[in-house]
Ligand binder design. Structure first.
Ligand code: NAD
Length: 465
């Protein structure tokens, strides 16, 4: 998958016309959307009982239909997301939605196992949990719903989504489209449902309901902690603060381009995006020079830095929500600086203790910290990643540095010599996911993650050696 230039104005106009026409004809709740979480769970439970009787071929037909149907709505979902959340870039959301549709594995991810020997034959099978409660973030709302749906349904489950209150309308629309796709191939009604007008109370109800057998939370530390305290089996995909290290052996021109592309992708909303640069002194200035050639804007004077810090980080050290996922142009305008639309990323040299380094900002702002050696850089990268075990990136031609960093940092994703998004399959090998479960250890989740491992033993038979 590659990133291409798109005529956004034309797409925005066409999609807006479609949305307006659609909204004028809709008075009732769309398919799969429930006000009451109990009703949503009951409907999903009934659907899963019906789905349980279908074959693997039927599961494949259903997930293929979801992929095909959603592929016609990528522009609409991307535009709706930016409109509703006020965060990110439409063209990058289109790439992320396409990625979720094209590269999330379906039933092919489910591999059975076998033991044979003198005592007979034993099968290892992957069976569904039943109904999964999936809590989704505002930063990748549609991508997470698409990716979770394909994996969870391929594994034989029904899903009840509990979306972020700031992104529930676009989630309703995604779930409606998913239900249309399931209906098209004769699959069960309400196999995938969502809770309308979500709230913390409704999310808590989902976490406690007896018919939910597995919880999967994608979001910040609060929600991961909540699902892990629920008393149910839970998958937690939490926050990250990915460092990118560049040492003196790296291809500096390429590293500069990759870092600008990765850190500015969807205005730095992805949890995997480069969030602070750690740069060896010898190549620091040359890297900055090249980053500026690829769309970065450098802030150098202390007074502007102070104003920017005041604007973007509040007294508690948390990011100012008003600027999360906003374009550089919008951020700089707020402190009276005008820049061209082509500027995608703000960079500045800071100390390692600066809040921009220590905090997951989710803004196109990349602080750069100078280090004297790769060894010092690796140590600092581990420190500022805060042990989240999420993502790290390294640009180096020195195999010892790459190996040492991979070993020390222990992140779920470690990208070498590429932009961060290569780690989820954009210009990098492997399947994609939008639920990266570092805290609970499942890693890059896929259909097999959402299954129960079962053993089925036949004693004294079927060993035919
Ligand atoms: P968020 O934590 O504010 O919200 C995520 C979801 O959890 C929402 O549906 C929200 O309503 C719900 N929620 C939040 N606190 C809750 C609580 N105490 N009880 C029940 N539900 C609760 O996150 P966000 O701003 O939407 O997303 C950004 C965060 O998510 C970042 O920290 C980012 O790193 C992380 N993220 C991680 C992954 C991953 O795969 N590891 C993917 C995307 C985002």
């Amino acid at each position: 998958m590659t990133i291409q230039h798109i005529d956004m104005d034309q797409i925005v106009q066409l999609v807006q016309e479609k949305i307006n026409a659609l909204e004028n004809t809709q008075n009732q709740k769309p398919m799969g959307v429930f006000e009451n979480p109990d009703e949503a769970i009951e409907a999903a439970y009934r659907a899963q009982r019906e789905y349980f009787e279908l074959s693997m071929e039927d599961r494949k037909k259903i997930t293929d239909s979801i992929k095909n149907h959603l592929s016609h709505y990528v522009e609409e979902l991307s535009l709706r997301t930016v409109e509703e959340t006020g965060m990110g870039r439409i063209e990058d959301k289109m790439i992320k939605n396409r990625l979720a549709i094209d590269k999330t594995p379906s039933v092919e991810d489910l591999r059975s196992g076998v033991f044979t020997g003198d005592d007979g034959l034993t099968l290892l099978e992957l069976s569904p949990f039943g109904v999964i409660g999936a809590i989704t973030p505002s930063t990748n709302p549609t991508e997470t719903v698409i990716c979770n749906t394909i994996g969870m349904v391929a594994a034989g489950n029904a899903v009840v989504f509990s979306p972020h209150p700031g992104a529930y309308r676009v989630t309703n629309r995604t779930v409606e489209l998913i239900n249309q796709a399931i209906e098209k191939v004769g699959g069960p009604k309400n196999l995938v449902v969502t809770v309308d007008n979500p709230s913390l109370e409704k999310a808590n109800r989902l976490m406690k309901h007896e018919k939910i057998s597995l919880l999967c939370a994608t979001g910040g530390p609060g929600v991961v902690k909540s699902v892990l305290s629920s008393g149910k089996k839970a998958i937690g995909a939490g926050a990250g603060n990915p460092p990118v290290l560049v040492d003196k052996s790296a291809d500096i021109e390429k590293a500069a381009k990759d870092i600008v592309n990765g850190a500015s992708f969807d205005n730095n909303l992805p949890c995997i995006a480069e969030k602070e640069g750690i740069i060896e002194d010898e190549i620091f200035d040359y890297l900055v020079f090249n980053m500026k050639n690829h769309g970065a804007y450098e802030i150098k004077d202390q007074e502007t830095m102070d104003r920017l810090e005041k604007l973007l980080v509040n007294e508690k050290g948390h990011p100012n929500k008003e600027f999360i996922g906003k374009d550089v142009k919008v951020i700089l305008e707020a402190i009276g600086i005008q820049v061209e639309d082509s500027i995608r990323l703000l960079i500045m040299e800071t100390s390692k203790d600066h809040p921009f380094v220590q905090t997951e900002l989710m803004m196109p702002v990349l602080p750069l910290v100078r280090v004297q050696s790769a060894e010092e850089g690796i140590k600092l990268a581990c420190e500022v990643e805060h042990g989240f075990r999420h993502t790290a990136i390294c640009h180096s031609k020195n195999i010892d540095v790459l190996t040492e960093m991979g070993h020390r940092i222990q992140t779920t994703i470690f990208v070498k010599n590429g932009p961060s998004y290569a780690g989820i399959g954009v210009g990098g090998e492997g399947y994609t996911t939008f639920t990266i479960a570092g805290p609970t250890g499942e890693g890059l989740t896929s259909a097999s993650t959402f299954t129960r491992r079962r053993r089925c033993s036949l004693i004294g038979g079927f060993t035919i050696r």
